[in-house]
Each structure stands twice: as C-alpha cells, then as structure tokens.
Write a protein that binds this ligand. Structure first.
Ligand code: FPP
Length: 249
C-alpha cells in the first residue's frame, strides 16, 4: 500500500519533458537473488527475464527512446557450462513469448556485441526479432549480448585503420567519426546508467558512450527491480545538474 502511494507520488513528481532519452541497465544480482531464496541460480535468471518484460513495458509507456540491457558479457563465457547454456536459452524464450507484443507496440529490437560468437539458435532468435521490428519507429530495445566495451573500441580502431588505408576516410578522426564505428552507431549516448545489486562498477560496459551519463546504483537485485525503482532512478536523474564539464551560468 505504501509502495503504491510512493509510486503514484513519483508518477506525479516526474517531469515528463525531461525524461532520459536513453537508459542503459546492468542487470545484476540474479544469482544472489536465487541463492538467498535457496533456489538454483538459473531461477534468478528466469525471474530476471520477467523483470525485463516489465521494465520494457514501462520504459515504452514512458516514451523512453532507447533502452539498452546488458544481457551477456564477453566475460560471462567463463561461467559454468550449465549456467551459460541456461542464459543462452533465454533470448529464444523471450522472443517466443514477447515478439508479437514488441511488434504491436512499435518497439524496434537492436543487438550490440559480437553476435557471430553466439550459438546459432540465439543469433536466429534475436536477429529474427531485429528483422521483424526493423520498420518500427518507437522505442529501441537494444540488447547487449556477447558484448565487451574494450573489444568494441578495438574493433572500431581496426576498422578505422582499414578505412583510412583504403582512403575511405581522409580527415582526422573526431569523436563523431569514432562513434560511428561503434556498435551503438546512430544511437544517442545513455543519459542514465542503472546498475542493480549493490555493485558500484561499470564492468566493461559502454566505456566510451557513458562519458557523460548519470549513474544510479541500487542494492535491489535485478529480479526484484520493479517500476517503482525505475521511477526513483528517473526522478533522481532529474534532480541532477548535468554540466558536461561547463560551469553554471
Ligand atoms: C547478472 O547476474 C546477470 C546476468 C549475467 C545475466 C542477465 C540476463 C538476464 C536478466 C536474462 C536475459 C534475458 C534475455 C531475454 C536476453 P549474476 O548472475 O551475475 O548475479 P550475481 O552477481 O548475484 O551472481
């Protein structure tokens, strides 16, 4: 009941003209959520997928332009095989159940990361989602899978070298050109980064793109992350003064 009131208050307090255009989330704490309940870790990931559904719906309702979710890092392959296999089964499950709703809600799916390194059936599920929503013009739902920011940056550097060698780039490399060689080319940088579970680090996520983002950390585990926490993060974000290195005039 108290939570309901708080949610209503937040919904009233939020300035809908100053919403973050791009929210990026490090969805952490699935394992601890499960272990603390005496459940297998994979139950935490399954519940984490339910949270994704809820947060996608609510970000879309709020007209957030881009929602980027860190679903699998290049370092996550080092987890036990059974856990990796389970995590790799989730995109298929998600798109099987939610793709019709994404299509209907005009949401466009995107994928960042080395998708060639994902198992075939995962690539198929996600790329099918990308393909079937490519004409959609609403919120961009951007999944980071097999994603690592340092390797993204190195890939950009190597591709730039190729294009310079082939005379496709004749000018000095500026921030704009560089950004266009990243997986996130064409997307606005995140305004707000959320990380759940109490960890206060960015773990090789969007290192270039987060240069001027506002960070919001919560102890809440991802499977427990609800719309009220999303609204709290947005409200806090709106209280911040973003100066981008300048001083207040
Ligand atoms: C971190 O929690 C979470 C992950 C490594 C995976 C996140 C994936 C999902 C939420 C589901 C993906 C679903 C789709 C549709 C792509 P952790 O396991 O590191 O938690 P811990 O730190 O408590 O162990």
């Amino acid at each position: 009941m108290q939570d309901e009131n708080h949610e209503e208050q937040l919904l009233e307090a939020i300035d809908y003209h100053k919403l973050p255009r791009h929210i990026a989330i490090i969805m952490d704490g699935n394992g601890r959520w499960a272990v603390e309940r005496g459940l297998p870790r994979k139950e935490g990931h399954r519940q984490g997928m339910e949270t994704i559904k809820e947060i996608v719906r609510n970000c879309n309702k709020l007209h957030i332009e881009v929602l980027t979710l860190f679903a699998f890092s290049t370092e996550n392959w080092q987890r036990p095989k059974w856990e990796v296999n389970y995590l790799m089964s989730l995109p298929e499950k998600y798109f099987n159940s939610d793709l019709p709703e994404l299509i209907e809600k005009n949401i466009r799916v995107k994928l960042i990361g080395e998708h060639e390194g994902l198992p075939g059936r995962v690539q198929k599920a996600v790329l099918d989602g990308v393909e079937k929503t490519k004409e959609n013009t609403g919120m961009i739902l951007n999944f980071a899978m097999n994603y690592g920011s340092r390797s993204e940056i190195l890939q950009a550097v190597n591709n730039i070298i190729i294009d310079v060698t082939q005379n496709k780039i004749k000018s000095k490399i500026d921030e704009n050109i560089f950004s266009n060689y990243l997986y996130t080319a064409g997307l606005t940088d995140p305004d707000l980064l959320i990380r759940t579970s109490g960890e206060i680090r960015i773990s090789n996520f969007l290192l270039w793109q987060l240069a001027y983002s506002e960070f919001w950390f919560t102890n809440v585990y991802w499977p427990d992350f609800k719309v009220i926490h999303l609204l709290e993060a947005i409200f806090d974000y709106q209280q911040r003064k973003r100066r981008f290195g300048k001083i207040d005039s």
